[in-house]
Design a binder for this molecule. Structure first.
Ligand SMILES: Cc1cc2nc3c(=O)[nH]c(=O)nc-3n(C[C@H](O)[C@H](O)[C@H](O)COP(=O)(O)O)c2cc1C
Length: 388
């Protein structure tokens, strides 16, 4: 097994082992990719305060995320087509998460279905919902998540219309891939991926194909999804979904303090400060820059979680110190999955956990719950430059 010391190592292997169209699908943002890049470069602008001669024994990274215990304040974010990064990807990632003791969230646009993941795991996982126009499908997918005993519904609010990702169009992204000459040439060098895919039956959008009316194959699927995202989604519809679900609810994609206030008044269990990993509104501010403004607006009224740009335990620490209760990772675990399947996801979690623990100690803290602004040095204007 190669020596993996950081998420960047997993990223390199992911690139080498996974078909270009799926690696590119993960490693891209919308349009100019400005927000995608700033999600990570803004983390790098935040510096840490070193503290010495403080007792650093008996450290703890344990926390609870909407009331569920977790070994660290990190969850695996919903990622569409995870089962195309590696055969049976959603099941493998969910298993790695449950063994590590952190939450896993299954995307609506997953390859393995809700039922499939439930059958192949032992602990409840969260389910992420995209709101579709087809009311029958919407009701049935919520019911299926209930039947599978999902622990929370993560309602994504920032993708009712799709931000364009140039690479996906140029690569002709589809699941499963269409066998064009460039795709075949590319696949010839990714034999591990190909063998895995030949051995699994899970190669289509498992939550949708066979469940939504008029979607029997992948060619009808792309037009169905493009038409199906409900552009009329508003707070009234969100309230209806909350009532249909009846369980714990997390609102994902909040990036503005006013929206955060509405979400807190609405009474969800948590919000995720997120710009969808820079894949939607290109030109939006990075999540880590918006986070402190949102915490200031609603911090004590609702659990504030964040994602977008986290590639290390240091990044997790910075988000917690700026007021996030917990964080989510997308690409960081997808790189692990594409590199080495379940072992790779476990490795990604181990890397981030170790970095978080060591960095916390060097900052003179012993418990993730004690992290705060005292641990950070922010560049001048970091909080005020854009007047958020
Ligand atoms: C390849 C990819 C697919 C994604 N698919 C979904 C999805 O189906 N549903 C969703 O709510 N978010 C989706 N996201 C967004 C993630 O849940 C998360 O917000 C984002 O990855 C966080 O940024 P990071 O990748 O920099 O950690 C996706 C992200 C990526 C990279």
């Amino acid at each position: 097994m190669p020596v993996i010391t950081c998420i960047e190592d997993l990223k390199r292997l992911h690139k080498a082992r996974t078909p270009k169209m799926f690696y590119d699908y993960a490693e891209s943002g919308s349009y100019t990719e400005q927000t995608f890049h700033e999600n990570t470069t803004d983390f790098a602008k935040i510096k840490l305060r070193q503290k010495v001669a403080v007792d650093m024994s008996n450290r703890s990274t344990a926390t609870d995320i909407i009331g569920f215990p977790a070994t660290m304040p990190v969850a695996l974010a919903p990622v569409g087509l995870t089962g195309m990064q590696h055969a049976d990807g959603e099941i493998l990632a969910a298993r790695a998460a449950e063994k590590f003791g952190v939450p896993f969230c299954l995307s609506t646009m997953s390859i393995c279905s809700i039922e499939d993941v439930a059958e192949n795991t032992t602990k409840p996982f969260m389910f992420q919902l995209y709101v579709m126009k087809d009311q029958e499908f919407l009701a049935s997918i919520i019911e299926r998540a209930k039947q599978a005993n999902c622990s929370a519904l993560v309602l994504t609010l920032d993708l009712q219309i799709l931000g364009q990702r140039h690479k996906d169009m140029k690569n002709g992204l589809s699941a499963p891939p269409k066998f064009t000459l460039p795709t075949l040439l590319d696949l010839a060098t990714r034999w591990r991926w190909g063998i895995g895919m030949m051995q699994t039956k899970r190669r289509h959008f498992g939550n949708i194909v066979g469940h939504a009316k008029g979607v029997g194959d992948t060619s009808s699927l792309s037009s169905w999804t493009a038409e199906q995202f409900d552009e009329r989604l508003d707070w009234d519809k969100i309230a209806k979904i909350r009532d249909m679900w009846g369980g714990k609810l997390i609102l994902k994609g909040i990036l503005d303090p006013d929206d955060a206030r509405i979400a807190a008044d609405f009474g969800a269990d948590a919000i995720i400060v997120s710009n969808h990993g820079g894949r939607q509104l290109d030109g939006a501010l990075s999540s880590i820059r918006m986070l402190p403004h949102i915490v200031e607006a609603v911090g004590d009224r609702i659990e504030v979680q964040m994602d977008s740009g986290i590639r290390s335990g240091q990044d997790v620490l910075k988000a917690l110190a700026l007021g996030a209760h917990s964080t989510w990772i997308g690409r960081a675990f997808i790189h692990g999955l594409g590199a080495m399947g379940e072992v790779g996801v476990t490795r990604a979690l181990e890397v981030i956990h170790k970095e978080l623990d060591t960095t916390m100690a060097l900052c003179g803290e012993r418990n993730v719950k004690d992290l705060g602004r005292q641990n950070l040095l922010l560049p001048e204007g970091f909080l005020t430059e854009y007047g958020a």
